[in-house]
Design a protein around this ligand. Sequence first.
Ligand code: ADP
Ligand code: MG
Length: 297
Amino acid sequence: ATPVALLVGTGRGARLGILITGPDALEAAKGIDTIVLDKTGTLTTGRLAVSTVVAVGAEGASDANARDEVLRLAASLEAASQHPIARAIAAAVPIDRRTEVRDFRSRDGLGVEGTVAGTAVAVGRASFIESLDVDLDEETTRALAASAAEGRTAVVVAIGGRARGVVELSDTVRPDTPDAIAALRGLGLEPVMLTGDAEAVARRVAAELGITRVVSDVVPEGKVEEIRRLQGEGRSVAMVGDGVNDAAALAAADLGMAMGGGTDAAMHAADITLVRDGLTGAADAVALSRRTLGIIR
Ligand code: ADP
Ligand code: MG
């Protein structure tokens, strides 16, 4: 394509809420045949809310207090993280009830840890909590399974080296996601869901959207590996994501697209930022590049 055509395409994109970093992005978008989609914050709104708190090992009258304490310590820790799960947990406890945190560490795509009111606290996926040498007892495992059966994301709260709670979160598919997936398929792209969330939750959302290729339980480095694996099959791969943990995969993809409401890390790593809320812009971007570069398929 001529430089003028690319410039015109870039200008059209800007009016559609598709911010294109350079002419290479339009060229790359042209040949894409596979689109990898992050789940939380990309297919879903990422505006999660705490739906249930289970206090492990608490019974009767002390149970409500134990649940309050699990949530209070978890919220204090998560206040320092930007992850959608963290925002939801922090928002569930008023600021004046949260307590001070030392040695905060965020492990992208896994969870967070730190010292809260003098006690070691960690919040995250089951495998992350186990990696901290915390055993997941039967009650914890059962609570996680119950959430998964509902198709809901859940995280474990460890306090003082023991699993003390499970926090379940609800998320909703973005209203434009089903139409956007249909548009992507109409352009001949195969959608693949790629998520750090548990398989049962991923499957539930995928089934709702008619996505049959699902890769779940991945760590952030696993997202890059999956992109490379698909490229190794001879595919030309686009990736859409919002999180810090998506940044490396966005950079590795032939075309990286970041959700405008997502993290700065994702936007810096991507070739295109979708300013309008939702996935529709991803289909618009591919359609625009094909029009601009004169390809009709
Ligand atoms: P997705 O790929 O669907 O966007 P992520 O890779 O961001 O999901 O997160 C994967 C999993 O890691 C979450 O489902 C959760 O179990 C855990 N996790 C990540 N960040 C946090 C956090 N700040 N607090 C608790 N758990 C977290
Ligand atoms: Mg995400």
